[in-house]
Structure formats: structure tokens, C-alpha cells
Design a binder for this molecule. Structure first.
Ligand SMILES: [Zn+2]
Ligand SMILES: [Zn+2]
Length: 324
């Protein structure tokens, strides 16, 4: 099993559901004044199951409704529909939940803007695939060449020789457009890195709900080392599993250790680092309470980072010129 997995309990439209916000308890009335605005996800999707309504949302975007409200006439002219009564019918269906009518015209409500973003990200409509392409770097296990592929909206980087998967993570198909494979990998690096950093900081990358992080030690006496970091959103059910190391990608001392040795961890693809994508450089120092250490090599030196069971860094030390 790869240490670097990801699940979402729901379809890729989780982002959209986040905008619809089905689960906030009604007692939070101070945040949203009118709970009547709440809508079940199924009702919201039913409202969107019509091309004219999607066209209206798209037209609002094209008419720059983010900046200024768009009048009825302009909106009607932008949508390919002959009958203004019919147009008005669909417009009214969207009004209140997805768009808002003001004195100056129509503008987005947050869920409506989310729908449009999702369409552009390709998560609602497109199906894209990208066959094998070569990826810079080499396998940490066998030094074989790396290849990437994109299937079912998941981008994977793996070794062609020993099949070790370095990273496999959902990526919106819109992100493939107008990018070379090199640019795609760079964008993918930023996207995944930020998701993990957000989750490690306790914020769900899908719905901004609260994420709880647990370090699960399933190592056994037969020296099968299995230490997994599990992030799970208490609100939308989004969950992420990872190695320990990837959670250190935005740790100040880890960043500094690398930058002093000429490596910028914010731009260097994280799968180039074995400590990020596997647990081979992680050791368990004590079981109870759980204490672990990650040894991070760079330019002949090594940064040793000690963490507790909440993944908080408790100690760091640099060992110089280990390899000389
Ligand atoms: Zn390999
Ligand atoms: Zn969430």
C-alpha cells in the first residue's frame, strides 16, 4: 500500500457541496441569519440540472458579475434562449440560492460562484486522460526512471521498474489545459503540497472544516514498519493519509535547512525527497507516548526532527557531513 493516499467519501463535486453547506447546525444563526436559505445537496443539484441555468451562471461570470451586478437585459442577451419568459423562469429558479437580485442587477451568491469555479476546474464536466509521460528524478527504491499518468482525475507519479508509487492524488482536469507536462507537474506539486500543509494545519482543503490529525502506528513485531498520518475532516468526511515527512514540508526549520543548502522546498517537487514520500527515514523512538524521528538528508548533512503523537516538532538537530 502506498503511504500516500487520499479518499473523499463523495464525488468530486465535494467542492460544490461545500458551497451549499448542508451540514451546519441551525444554532449557528448568528453566522447565517436565515436558515431557510439552506438547501439539501440533492435539491441544489436538481436545480442545476438544466443547461440554461448553467449558461446563466456562466453569463454572469462573462459579464463580470464579480465586480458589478448584471442587468436582466444584458444577461438575457448573453444566454442563447429566444423566449424571455422561459429565461426568466430559469433565472428565478437560481435566484436566492445561487444568485442574488439587487437593485442594480444580478450577482453571485457564494454557492453560485462555486459552481462556476467547479466548471472551470473541470470537476463537473470534463473527462481528461493523459498517458505515460516521463518525469524528472529517479526512484528512491531502485533508482529506476519515473513516469506519470493521469486517469480518472488522479495524477500518479511512479517508478516504471519497481512500480513504487511516489504520489497519487486527485487533480482537477482543467489544470491540464495549456500546460506542458513539466508545467503540469509543477502545478501539481504546489496543489498537493498546499493540500497537505492545510490539512496538517487543521483546515480541510475541500470545505475549510476542522481537520483532526492522528498518527497511527500499525507496526508489528515482525518489523513491518507501518506508520500512517491520517487527516480527517469532521465536517465533509474528506480524508488524507500520508507519510510523516510530507507534513514537515512547511516547517520553518526544515525549509531553512534546505535553503541554506541551495534547495527551495516550495518549488522543488516533493516526490524528489524520500523522506517526504516514504517512511524509510522515519524511526519510532518510543511507543508510549509515541515519539518519532525523521532524518532528512541534504548536501551531506542531516536534519533530525523529533515529533510527538500530535505531529508537533519537539526537537531538531543538525548532523554535519555524515556522508564524508
Ligand atoms: Zn523503482
Ligand atoms: Zn471538509
Amino acid at each position: 500500500m502506498t503511504q500516500f493516499g487520499h479518499n473523499v467519501d463523495s464525488e468530486p463535486v465535494a467542492d460544490l457541496k461545500a458551497g451549499i453547506d448542508p451540514q451546519s447546525p441551525p444554532e449557528q444563526e448568528s453566522v447565517k441569519k436565515n436558515t431557510k436559505e439552506r438547501m439539501l445537496p440533492a435539491d441544489a443539484f436538481a436545480l442545476l440540472g438544466n443547461d440554461t441555468r448553467i449558461d446563466i451562471l456562466q453569463a454572469l461570470l462573462d459579464a463580470n458579475a464579480d465586480k458589478t451586478p448584471v442587468g436582466f437585459t444584458e444577461l438575457f442577451e448573453r444566454v442563447d434562449i429566444a423566449d424571455s419568459a422561459n429565461f426568466n423562469y430559469h433565472l428565478q429558479k437560481l435566484t436566492d440560492h445561487f444568485i442574488k437580485r439587487t437593485e442594480d442587477g444580478y450577482e453571485f451568491r457564494h454557492p453560485g460562484r462555486k459552481v462556476v469555479s467547479s466548471i472551470f476546474a473541470g470537476t463537473l464536466t470534463d473527462r481528461a486522460e493523459l498517458g505515460f509521460f516521463s518525469v524528472n528524478g529517479s526512484c528512491h527504491t531502485c533508482e529506476g526512471n519515473l513516469h506519470g499518468w493521469y486517469v480518472d482525475e488522479v495524477l500518479t507519479v511512479a517508478c516504471v521498474d519497481c512500480s513504487t508509487v511516489l504520489v497519487s492524488y486527485p487533480f482537477p482536469p482543467g489544470g491540464l489545459e495549456e500546460r506542458t507536462s513539466e508545467e503540469l507537474l509543477q502545478a501539481f506539486h504546489h496543489y498537493v503540497r498546499h493540500h497537505y500543509c492545510m490539512a496538517a494545519d487543521g483546515v480541510c482543503p475541500e470545505c475549510t472544516g476542522t481537520v483532526e490529525t492522528e498518527l497511527v502506528n500499525e507496526s508489528d513485531e515482525n518489523s513491518n514498519f507501518d506508520l500512517i498520518v491520517e487527516h480527517s475532516c469532521q465536517r465533509c468526511g474528506y480524508s488524507l493519509q500520508s507519510s510523516v515527512g510530507v507534513n514537515l514540508l512547511d516547517n520553518a526549520e526544515v525549509l531553512l535547512f534546505h535553503s541554506q543548502r541551495g534547495i527551495d522546498l516550495s518549488t522543488e517537487p516533493f516526490w524528489h525527497f524520500e523522506w517526504c514520500v516514504s517512511n524509510t527515514r522515519t524511526t519510532i523512538l518510543s511507543d508510549d507516548p509515541l515519539q518519532i524521528r525523521v532524518d532528512i538528508p541534504c548536501a551531506g548533512d542531516e536534519l533530525r526532527v523529533v515529533l510527538d503523537e500530535t505531529l508537533s516538532v519537539t526537537e531538531t538537530a543538525i548532523q554535519e557531513q555524515l556522508s564524508s
